[in-house]
Ligand binder design. Sequence first.
Ligand code: ZN
Length: 369
Amino acid sequence: MPEQDRVIAFYDERVLAHRPDPDAPFLPGRMDKRVRELLAGLAVPWKYPEHPGRLTAIMEMLASEPVSGLRIESGKAATREQLGRVHTTSYLDDIFALRGTNSWLDVDTTAVSEGSVEAAEVAAGTAITAVEAVVHQRCESSFALIRPPGHHAEPARARGFCLFNNVAVAAAHAQAVLGCNRVMILDWDAHHGNGTQDIFWSDPDVLFCDIHRASPFYPGSGRLEDTGAGRGEGTTVNIPVPAGTGDIAYLKALREIVEPAAEWFKPDLILVSAGFDAHWYDLALNVSHEGFAAMTGFLQRLARRHCDARLAFVLEGGYNLSSLSQGVHSVLRVLAGEVPPEPGVCGVKEVEEAVAFHRDAFMPPEEDS
Ligand SMILES: [Zn+2]
């Protein structure tokens, strides 16, 4: 067997060409007036938060603080056949017709610019490349650093900054071409992966586990009781959590729900919809960089136990550039071999330091002997 890399990150500059313009016209026109009024009513002009600076921030961080043992390679565009495994023909026709245009697709904050369709094809294709690398044993684990994100995209609808469901395209490719019969997807993005859930809702061979901030937080789906249907009954596992949920609760969910689910399902491959908007800088949940690192270590052990360590990460959300780039960095360090720290409850370590600092300040003066 050729020598195996520890971890490969895949990045292709074509994903930067997706630059939606909030002033672009709407499709269909009737949405235009309503959303225009909404945007005009905001105190601060609305900017499209899912922008190319997200990826350049990650790549700049990897250049300034290289991760030892990490190799970076380029990606590729997905074919229509690969996208068609999870999206409808009419949806693909509609999206491909937008090539070279600036348009809003719907009220649900999704728009395209001239380079967006190619960027979305490259995002999905690069997720496939990342999966191929682990299945072909070129590396133990991989990370597709891509945008636009994918987990809100449904079979026939773009939603929440997502055009094609990258992780679903990669999972379907693994099943159809790479001999992976059973694929497990863990989605730790702050938002529920409604699109991924929809796509595999009745598929018994894809186990979809999702920890997310509970409804009415966007997109509002992902109830505990939603467990799949038909032959897929039981292979959708939702773990909705309240605002402020942090590392300890996330790790408890992994150990007490995701681990036994994996034990039961016996995956051939584990994919991660890795969104970094669960970090507290994005104001939805309270996960730290140590938390992302610890979750990565957990998944690495799970993948080693069940599927020859085959573990591929696919980037989803994360809009604060600092927590996004540091979060990706902390995941890659663990994939490259660093032992993750055991996260504590936020602030306890600092209070312990403060206790030590102030310990003698309020003691009664020592008696003269
Ligand atoms: Zn998100």
